[in-house]
Write a protein that binds this ligand. Structure first.
Ligand SMILES: NC(=O)c1ccc[n+]([C@@H]2O[C@H](COP(=O)([O-])OP(=O)(O)OC[C@H]3O[C@@H](n4cnc5c(N)ncnc54)[C@H](OP(=O)(O)O)[C@@H]3O)[C@@H](O)[C@H]2O)c1
Length: 331
C-alpha cells in the first residue's frame, strides 16, 4: 500500500502553477501507540491553501518547502492505536493532501454521517459553512428587511450566507461570474443577481439595492469591495471574509480607496477568522444540518476525481471554474 502525497515544490509567484507542486509516493510507516491511520476519501480545496503556500505567517504558519500541502481532508479510520478512535469511523481534520494520513488525534473530528455526506462535512457543514454562519450572524448581524450584498456568491461560503440571510428575512443580492452561476443563485432563492463578468457592478448595485446595502459580505476584495462601499446604507456592516481577487499577489494588495464612505454611512467594517468560533461549531452544524434536512437550504459540491489532479483543482478555484464546494476525490 503506497501513500500518494502532494508536496510544496516552490513558493508560488503570482498565480499558482502545477510546477509549484511535487507528487510523490511514500511508504506508510508503522503505526505508533496513540496514532490512527486514515484512508482519505476527499480533500477540500480551499482558497486559504494559496496563502499557506507563502513564506511567513498569516494567522497560521506557512507550509514548509517540501512539506505536504495543508488541507482539510476526510476519510475512514482503517487502523487505530488510539483509545478515542475506532476502525470504520469517518473523521475529518487538517490531514493534508495525501491518500493516507496518520494522526495522533489532535484536531481530529468524528463525523456524524446522519447529518450529511462527507463532501458536505468538508463544505457546508465544515469550515466554509462555519465561516458563512458566523460571518453572517456574528459580524453581519442581519435584521429582517436588511439588504445584503454578497460577492463570490456562487461559492460554498457565499451561497450559504445568502440562503441563511433569506431565512433571517433579508433581501439577498449576490454577484458571480457567468449566467450559469447566476441562474443557480436565483434557483436557491437569491432575490437579485449580478453577473460581474458581463454587467457593470456599480450600475447594477444602484438598480438592485435602491435603498443601499445594509450588509456587504466580501469574499472578493479589490475593486468589488471599493464599488460596494459606495452603496452602503446608513449603519451598514461590512464583513471582510476573504479576497479572492488578491490572494495571488499579496505584495500588491489593492486597498479600498472609498473607505471614507464608512464615515458618511456611519458603517463598520470587520474581519472574521472562522477558527475563533471553534467552540461554537456544534450549534452551527446542528442548525445547518436541520435546515438542509428540512429542505430550507441546499448545498452544491464539485468533485474532481484523483489526487494527482490536486494542482489543477486548486488552479480551477482561482479561475472561477469550480461550481460549488470544490473537492478532490481520492481512491
Ligand atoms: N475568513 C475566514 O475564516 C474564511 C474561511 C473560509 C473561506 N474564507 C473566504 O471565503 C471566500 C469564499 O471561499 P469559498 O471556499 O466559498 O470559495 P468559492 O467561492 O467556492 O470559490 C472561489 C470563487 O471565487 C471567485 N473568484 C476567483 N477569482 C476571483 C477574482 N479574481 N475576482 C472575483 N472572484 C473570483 C470564483 O467565482 P466566480 O466564478 O463567481 O468569479 C470562484 O469560484 C474566499 O475569499 C475565502 O478566502 C474565509
Amino acid at each position: 500500500m503506497k501513500n500518494t502525497q502532494i508536496l510544496l515544490a516552490n513558493r508560488p509567484e503570482g498565480m499558482v502553477k502545477e510546477s509549484d507542486f511535487d507528487i510523490v509516493e511514500q511508504e506508510i510507516p508503522a503505526l505508533q501507540h496513540g496514532q490512527v491511520l486514515i484512508k482519505i476519501h476527499f480533500i477540500s480545496i480551499d482558497p486559504a491553501i494559496r496563502g499557506w503556500m507563502n513564506e511567513g505567517t498569516t494567522y497560521i504558519s506557512g507550509i514548509p518547502l517540501g512539506g505536504v500541502i495543508r488541507t482539510f481532508s476526510a476519510g475512514q479510520v482503517i487502523e487505530s492505536k488510539h483509545p478515542n478512535f475506532a476502525i470504520g469511523q469517518f473523521v475529518e481534520g487538517m490531514l493534508g493532501a495525501t491518500s493516507f494520513a496518520i494522526s495522533d488525534g489532535t484536531g481530529l473530528k468524528v463525523l456524524d454521517i446522519s447529518k450529511g455526506s462527507i463532501p458536505q462535512h468538508l463544505g457546508i457543514l465544515g469550515m466554509p459553512g462555519m465561516t458563512a454562519y458566523f460571518g453572517l450572524l456574528e459580524r453581519g448581524k442581519p435584521q429582517k428587511g436588511d439588504t445584503i450584498f454578497i460577492s463570490g456568491a456562487a461559492g460554498v461560503v457565499g451561497s450559504t450566507v445568502g440562503q441563511i440571510a433569506k431565512l433571517k428575512g433579508c433581501r439577498v443580492v449576490g454577484s458571480a461570474g457567468g449566467k450559469v452561476k447566476c441562474d443557480y443563485l436565483r434557483s436557491i432563492g437569491f432575490d437579485e443577481v449580478i453577473d460581474y463578468k458581463n454587467e457593470d457592478l456599480d450600475l447594477e448595485l444602484r438598480r438592485k439595492c435602491p435603498t443601499g446595502i445594509s450588509i456587504y459580505f466580501d469574499n472578493v476584495g479589490g475593486d468589488t469591495l471599493d464599488t460596494a462601499l459606495l452603496h452602503l446604507a446608513r449603519g451598514a456592516r461590512v464583513v471582510i471574509c476573504g479576497a479572492m481577487s488578491q490572494y495571488n499577489d499579496m505584495k500588491k494588495v489593492c486597498g479600498p480607496k472609498n473607505y471614507m464612505k464608512l464615515v458618511t454611512a456611519r458603517a463598520e467594517m470587520k474581519g472574521i477568522i472562522v477558527f475563533d468560533f471553534q467552540n461554537e461549531y456544534p450549534k452551527a452544524v446542528k442548525d445547518i444540518s436541520t435546515w438542509l434536512q428540512e429542505g430550507k437550504i441546499q448545498s452544491k459540491e464539485h468533485i474532481i476525481e484523483g489526487i494527482q489532479n490536486f494542482p489543477q483543482a486548486l488552479i480551477m478555484l482561482f479561475e472561477g471554474k469550480n461550481f460549488g464546494k470544490l473537492l478532490v476525490g481520492v481512491h
